[in-house]
Design a protein around this ligand. Structure first.
Ligand SMILES: O=C(O)C(=O)C[C@H](O)[C@H](O)COP(=O)(O)O
Length: 222
């Protein structure tokens, strides 16, 4: 099965997935270029705004160095729209069997969101090992993931939700963490001011975080 954490020769390991909420599709390309220049080629554009699909399309077409994916994918229709726009991976805050089926059929790597041990066990039962842990800080943070690593070492997580530059290293040091996701390198005021230089600098700080203790995030080419 294609996996976000699956190793492949062409894969690019990164410790951090920036989570983008974009209001203006025209900002997507300069924003993606700033993130790539700062060392964050994986970019998750959340399907929360009317501009999101156009943003995915623009980055897919104009920023070949970026690997653009879609976040906040909560329906089968969202899966189809995201992949149609060029999303190369899919992330959801939670999952259902219907959504999981659509993500599987999409042919691109995906991270369904979980926040409890039972959800992890259920996904493992479905043959899925790579998951987003959401909302990471609110759902128990590092101690919770550390506790899951004992009984469920086969599950691999991308903790997202409330993660910061300060808290990311503790997550990345866990054996069951392959990356962290977050918005801290995209402050709303920097986005509003189109301050791409500041975003690039913040991305550079995120990219400099130590590689995860678990296998790094990587993406098979489609
Ligand atoms: O809905 C989704 O699919 C998401 O990806 C939600 C995001 O993970 C969080 O919104 C991250 O936001 P921060 O807490 O600011 O880091």
């Amino acid at each position: 099965m294609t996996s976000v954490f699956g190793l492949a020769p062409e894969a690019r390991g990164v410790p951090v997935v920036p989570v983008v909420v974009i209001e203006e599709a025209a900002d997507a390309v300069p924003l993606a270029r700033a993130l790539v220049a700062g060392g964050l080629p994986l970019i998750e554009v959340t399907l929360r705004t009317p501009a999101a699909l156009d943003a995915v399309r623009a980055v897919a077409a104009e920023v070949p160095e970026a690997v653009v994916g879609a976040g906040t994918v909560v329906s089968a229709a969202g899966v189809a729209e995201a992949v149609g726009a060029g999303a190369r991976f899919l992330v959801s805050p939670g999952w259902t069997d219907r959504l999981l089926g659509a993500m599987r059929e999409s042919g691109v790597p995906f991270l369904p969101g979980v926040s409890t041990a039972s959800e992890v066990v259920t996904l493992l039962e479905r043959g899925v090992r790579d998951m987003k842990f959401f909302p990471a800080e609110a759902a128990g943070g590092v101690p919770y993931l550390k506790s899951l690593a004992g009984p469920l070492p086969q599950a691999r997580f991308c903790p997202t939700g409330g993660v910061s530059l300060a808290s990311a290293p503790a997550y990345l040091a866990l054996p069951n963490v392959g990356c962290v996701g977050g918005t801290w390198m995209l402050p709303p005021d920097a986005l509003a001011a189109r301050d791409w230089a500041r975003i690039e600098a913040l991305a550079r700080g995120a990219a400099a975080l130590r590689a995860p203790a678990g296998a790094p995030v990587s993406l098979r080419e489609r």
